[in-house]
Design a protein around this ligand. Structure first.
Ligand SMILES: [Zn+2]
Ligand SMILES: [Zn+2]
Length: 272
């Protein structure tokens, strides 16, 4: 299994040159299985480049899953620019799994952001065939991959994903706010993962003034990784005010606490 980051930024894309190392695009991850098939997590602005790469590589999958943690703007804003969605031969499965999702109409979320007031091309004119899969379960198997989710504390709700494929385990927990302590269920969910990608938008000081915003500190990401004994930790969802110099410094501090820890960089690829 390979994991590649196309978007690492929180909230809004940043295109300042001082942010190029860690990346300015909002959340998007590509997962490539050992058989070469891919799936995508979230459609932040990073999905535009991912789509362009797939088009250049003559992407030939007939079906594609895009799994969503939740539907805040920074996790869907790249979707209208995902060129494979304009291919009439492709079936795109938009997946929102998990019990107690606080959404009424999954298709409506995508239709609405492409209404004429916001975007020139409506969803139904893109071309691909869309299946909107809102699955009220916390565990399913898709093409021999065990997919589990956990509801996270985040305004409007968000879900962490845990995938097990050929004995490799990938966990993605972004847009998660911990309380005073880490919930045991979250630790259990991340337990022994080969790779944990975790929200770390804030420093401890910043977290104090952003209680209720739905995010974690870098130290909390490390705490989860330690408690769950994950093999590798990647901290993502970088705050738009954190430039490369700042993040490089933070990364060194994090590595002193948890050696196999890195801050996500756009374009970074990890093989499990
Ligand atoms: Zn977000
Ligand atoms: Zn969010």
């Amino acid at each position: 299994m390979k994991i590649k980051f196309y978007g690492t930024r929180a909230s809004i894309p940043v295109c300042d040159w001082k942010f190029l190392e860690f990346g300015g695009n909002t959340t998007c991850i590509k997962l490539t299985r050992d058989n070469g098939r891919i799936a995508i997590f979230d459609a932040g602005s990073g999905i535009r480049k991912l789509g362009a790469e797939l088009t250049n590589e003559s992407f030939s999958q007939d079906q594609l899953f895009i799994a969503f943690t939740h539907f805040h703007w920074d996790h869907i804003q790249g979707f209208p620019f995902f060129t494979p969605a304009y291919n009439p031969n492709l079936i795109i499965n938009i997946l929102a799994m998990g019990r107690d999702r606080e959404i009424e109409n999954l298709e409506g979320i995508f239709k609405d952001q492409m209404k004429a007031e916001y975007f020139p091309i409506p969803l139904q004119a893109m071309g691909a065939k869309f299946n909107f899969l809102q699955i009220e379960q916390n565990e399913i198997e898709i093409n021999d991959v065990l997919v589990q989710v956990i509801k996270q504390n985040h305004p409007g709700g968000s879900y962490g994903y845990r995938l097990k494929d050929n004995d490799k385990c990938f966990v993605f927990c972004t847009d998660i706010e911990h309380g005073e302590s880490i919930r045991p269920e979250i630790v259990e969910f991340c337990k022994d993962a080969d790779l944990l990608v975790h929200d770390g938008q804030y420093t401890n000081e910043e977290l104090e003034s952003h209680r209720g915003w739905g995010h974690s500190s870098m130290d909390q990401a490390i705490e989860v990784a330690e408690m769950a004994k994950v093999k590798k930790l990647i901290i993502t969802h970088h705050d738009p005010v954190h430039n490369d110099v700042f993040l490089a410094k933070v990364e060194k501090e994090c590595q002193k606490k948890y050696p196999n820890c890195f801050l996500a960089r756009e374009g970074m690829e990890i093989e499990l």
